[in-house]
Design a protein around this ligand. Structure first.
Ligand code: HEC
Ligand code: HEC
Length: 380
């Protein structure tokens, strides 16, 4: 059986799938919105960066991986369902069929849905390589909106300011948070994969971050110096571009506490609902990040702490959901932080993180600025 792959960034050498990280330097959209250099590989049309693009001509090269993650997760298959070692080859009939399907989907949307991504691979496939041929005999449960329509309205929702204010207080208060200028986290994967290999996360305000995982077989560095994000792995097994999901994940990694950019940098921020998240009552705050992801933050009604974060990444076919759960909050130097962070996404896409637990935290250590400028080969 072809299995989904969860963490492509930890593949052993010789794995069939290339790991898609990049040495290219990129300006995050919020840092230099108008000045993104057009010559960057990720901004070029996919057909000029990749070898055999026919159906997706004109798409940004940096968006290809998101599109592929969307396709793979819609069918619940891994890349090698359609691809052989050389991804440009048209050897598998599934790839040819998929290309026809891409054209079909675009045509349906063009002709019947005013060019919007209304119909996509998931609409029919719903997580199966072969879509279901028969309608189910048992009728599906009524839609949530219908069920909820008759219910009396609950108590009024608090304001954004109230929810975020309580969050900051629960973390230790603004003053305590401001005192943390830098942080070094030693983390390990929760699933025990990669036999105990450690990922170090260095953060330094504002917006600087480095994640590094160094091991004899494979090392990976991703980071941002506050202006541009970069990524590189020791195999240099990438297409020479920083994919959009990874770029966004780096911006999130740079947050000194989860959601720290919500109030100052997100647009359309509102308290959208009171909902249960894993049996806990939460207030859901939604907003759009400067990089264009739609996000929901779940704050515990009881403690005020952030319990979950749902992120919708856009692909050429539609939205792709990435989610994080935060657990085991502990206090370090007057501020609380989650010691367990669980990431999930359908099929596990690049740029999404693996679930980890924190082994050790150091705060306000002096981290040299050069560390955030690029991979060790370039900056040290
Ligand atoms: C259901 C089939 C299918 C799956 C699954 C799939 N792809 Fe693709 N992939 C395609 C098709 C079709 C194309 C060509 C698109 C075109 O013609 O524009 C393509 C093109 C590519 C290319 C461009 C290669 C080149 O140089 O021309 C890359 C890279 C790629 N896919 C990576 C991946 C990765 C990585 C995965 C796993 C997440 C994946 N794909 C999953 C069907 C698939
Ligand atoms: C309108 C419904 C519909 C949509 C939308 C759709 N498919 Fe399909 N697809 C089917 C049906 C039905 C089959 C099975 C019959 C066949 O293969 O002709 C199929 C078969 C396939 C197969 C061959 C079966 C296999 O073993 O993998 C691939 C690959 C595929 N689809 C990929 C895609 C991709 C990629 C997209 C999105 C770009 C997509 N499909 C969107 C209906 C759809």
């Amino acid at each position: 059986m072809r299995k989904k792959m969860v963490d492509r960034s930890s593949l052993p050498i010789g794995a069939r799938v290339l790991v898609l990280f990049a040495a290219a330097f990129v300006y995050p959209r919020d840092a230099a919105p108008q000045k993104t250099p057009p010559e960057l590989r990720e901004n070029q049309p996919a057909e000029t960066v990749f070898k055999n693009i026919q159906a997706l001509k004109g798409m940004r090269a940096g968006d290809l991986q998101g599109a592929m993650s969307f396709i793979a997760s819609s069918l619940n298959v891994d890349c090698d369902h359609c691809h052989v070692q050389d991804f440009s080859k048209d050897e598998r009939k599934e790839k040819l069929r998929a290309r026809e399907m891409i054209r079909m989907v675009r045509q349906i949307n063009e002709e019947s849905f005013a060019g919007k991504n209304t119909v996509n691979c998931f609409t029919c496939h719903q997580g199966h390589a072969e879509p279901m041929a028969l309608a189910p005999i048992v009728p599906p449960p009524p839609r949530a909106t219908e069920a909820a329509a008759g219910k009396p309205a609950g108590p009024p929702l608090p304001s954004v300011g109230e929810v975020l204010g309580r969050y900051v207080l629960a973390l230790g208060g603004q003053e305590a948070l401001d005192r943390v200028k830098s942080r070094i986290l030693k983390t390990v994967r929760l699933d025990g994969g990669n036999s105990g290999s450690v990922t170090m996360i260095f953060q330094k305000g504002p917006g600087r971050v480095l994640r590094s995982r160094e091991s004899p077989g494979y090392s990976l560095w991703v980071g941002s110096n506050g202006t541009h994000a970069w990524a590189e792995d020791s195999l240099k097994s990438y297409w020479g571009l920083l994919n959009t999901f990874e770029q966004h994940a780096i911006l999130r990694d740079a947050e000194m506490y989860q959601g720290s950019r919500l109030e100052s940098q997100y647009s359309s921020v509102k308290v959208k609902a009171a909902e249960k998240l894993q049996d806990e009552d939460t207030y859901v705050v939604s907003g759009t990040s400067p990089e264009g992801t739609s996000e929901d933050f779940y704050f515990s009604v009881e403690t005020g702490l952030l319990l979950g974060r749902h992120i919708e990444e856009q692909t050429v076919f539609g939205a792709f959901q990435v989610r994080a759960d935060f657990e085991d909050y502990r206090e370090i130097g007057g501020v609380k932080m989650p010691f367990v962070v669980k990431w999930s996404s359908p099929g596990g896409a690049w740029g999404t993180r693996t679930s980890f637990k924190v082994l050790d935290v150091q705060q306000n250590e002096n981290i040299p600025d050069e560390k955030f400028e690029g991979p060790p080969s370039k900056s040290r």
